[in-house]
Design a protein around this ligand. Structure first.
Ligand SMILES: *Cc1c(COP(=O)(O)O)cnc(C)c1O
Length: 338
C-alpha cells in the first residue's frame, strides 16, 4: 500500500503504529461479537491520546509558519491542551491555553489535578473562561493580540480539529487497515467517541480515500446527532479533498447521541459501568468524558442488538485516563463494592 500521507509535512511525536489488541474477556462477558481495541491511548506523548496524531501535522505547519508559540483552547480537563503543551515543549515553543469552565458543579480539585497539573508541568500559560463563549473566536483574538505584541503565535483550534489536524486520523485509518490485512481481519464496524469531530472525520476521510467500506460509528460526547453529523461531515469533506477527488457520500457519517447524558463531561451511569467493565475485564483505563461514554455506546448497542453478535468490531481508544483524577468522586471507595 502506498502511503497516502507521504506528501504532507509532519513532525514525529507519536509512538506508532499503536497496538491492535483483542479483548477476549470483554467479548466473553458481553457474549460476542469479537471485540478488538486500537490503542491510540498509547501514542506516547505525556501519557498519550488521540491529539498527538493531529499535532504531528499541526506542529509541522506551525514550524513552517515560523511560530515561536502556539495558542489553543479546550475545556478545563482538556486532553488536547495537555498534549499540545507537551508537543510545544518538545519543539521549543511556548504554549498559551484558554480553558473553558464548561462542566458545571466542579470543585477546586478539578482545576488543579489531572490534565491541569500536567499543563502546569509543561509551563503552559493558562487563562480560565466562563462557559458558553465561542472559544475558537476567543483564542483567535488572543492570537491577534500576541501578534501585536511582537510574538509569532500559531492558532490551533479546539481539539486540533481542522483539515490539517484530521490528517492525524487519516494516519490511523491507514495504519489500522494495514494491521487488519496483516492478520486477515475484516471488521464489520469501528466504534469511537466523537467530540470536536477531527478524529471521526479523519477516519472517514482516510477510509474513503483508501476505498475502504467499513462503517465508522461515532458515539457523541456533546452534540445532538444531527449537529454532530454535520460537524463531522463538513470536516471530513475538507479533509478528503486533500487526498482524493472522489465525492464523500453524506451517509458515511453515523452518530449515536444516546450516551451523552446531561451534557459534556457530566458523568453517566453507563459510562461508570463501561469504565469499570474495561478495567476489570481487560486491565484497560478509559476516561469519564470521552472513551468511557464511547465504550458505553459500544456496550449499549451490543446489549440492545443494534450491533449483532457475529463478526469483529474494533473500538478506537482515544485516551484521556489522566482526567480520572479529576473525577475521583465517581470511582472512589464509595463505589468500590459495585
Ligand atoms: C478529544 C478527545 C476525543 C474526541 O476526539 P475529537 O477529535 O475531538 O472528536 C476522544 N477521546 C479523548 C480522550 C479525547 O481527548
Amino acid at each position: 500500500m502506498d502511503d497516502i500521507l507521504a506528501n504532507f509535512k509532519r513532525v514525529q511525536l507519536c509512538h506508532q503504529p499503536t497496538a491492535l489488541e483483542e479483548m477476549p474477556r470483554l467479548t466473553k462477558a458481553l457474549g460476542g461479537p469479537r471485540l478488538w481495541i486500537k490503542r491510540d491511548d498509547c501514542t506516547g506523548l505525556a501519557t498519550g491520546g488521540n491529539k498527538t496524531r493531529k499535532l504531528e501535522f499541526l506542529m509541522a505547519d506551525a514550524l513552517e509558519a515560523g511560530a515561536d508559540m502556539v495558542v489553543t483552547q479546550g475545556a478545563v480537563q482538556s486532553n488536547h491542551v495537555r498534549q499540545t503543551a507537551a508537543a510545544a515543549c518538545k519543539l521549543g515553543l511556548d504554549c498559551y491555553a484558554l480553558l473553558e469552565r464548561r462542566v458545571p458543579n466542579k470543585g477546586q480539585d478539578y482545576e488543579q489535578t489531572g490534565n491541569v497539573l500536567f499543563d502546569h508541568m509543561f509551563n503552559t500559560q493558562i487563562e480560565f473562561f466562563p462557559p458558553g463563549l465561542d472559544m475558537n473566536a476567543e483564542a483567535q483574538a488572543v492570537t491577534e493580540r500576541l501578534k501585536q505584541e511582537g510574538r509569532k503565535p500559531y492558532f490551533i483550534p479546539g481539539g486540533g480539529s481542522n483539515a490539517i489536524g484530521a490528517l492525524g486520523y487519516v494516519s490511523t485509518a491507514q495504519e489500522l487497515l494495514q494491521q487488519c490485512k496483516a492478520i486477515d481481519l475484516s471488521p464489520k464496524l469501528i466504534v469511537l467517541s466523537t467530540g470536536s469531530a477531527g478524529t471521526h472525520a479523519g477516519m472517514v476521510a482516510g477510509f474513503h480515500a483508501l476505498g475502504c467500506e467499513i462503517p465508522i460509528l461515532g458515539i457523541s460526547v456533546r452534540q445532538p446527532e444531527a449537529v454532530q453529523i454535520e460537524n463531522v461531515y463538513n470536516l471530513a469533506v475538507k479533509t478528503a479533498a486533500l487526498l482524493t477527488d472522489k465525492e464523500l457520500p453524506h451517509d458515511k457519517i453515523i452518530v449515536d447521541d444516546g450516551y451523552v447524558g446531561e451534557g459534556y463531561g457530566i458523568p453517566t451511569e453507563t459510562m461508570r459501568m463501561a469504565t469499570k467493565m474495561l478495567a476489570r475485564n481487560e486491565g484497560i483505563l478509559l476516561d469519564p468524558v470521552y472513551s468511557g461514554k464511547g465504550m458505553a455506546g459500544l456496550i449499549g448497542q451490543i446489549e440492545s442488538g443494534q450491533i449483532e453478535k457475529g463478526g469483529d468490531v474494533i473500538f478506537l481508544h482515544t485516551g484521556g485516563a489522566v482526567s480520572l483524577f479529576a473525577y475521583e468522586d465517581q470511582f472512589s471507595s464509595l463505589h468500590a463494592a459495585e
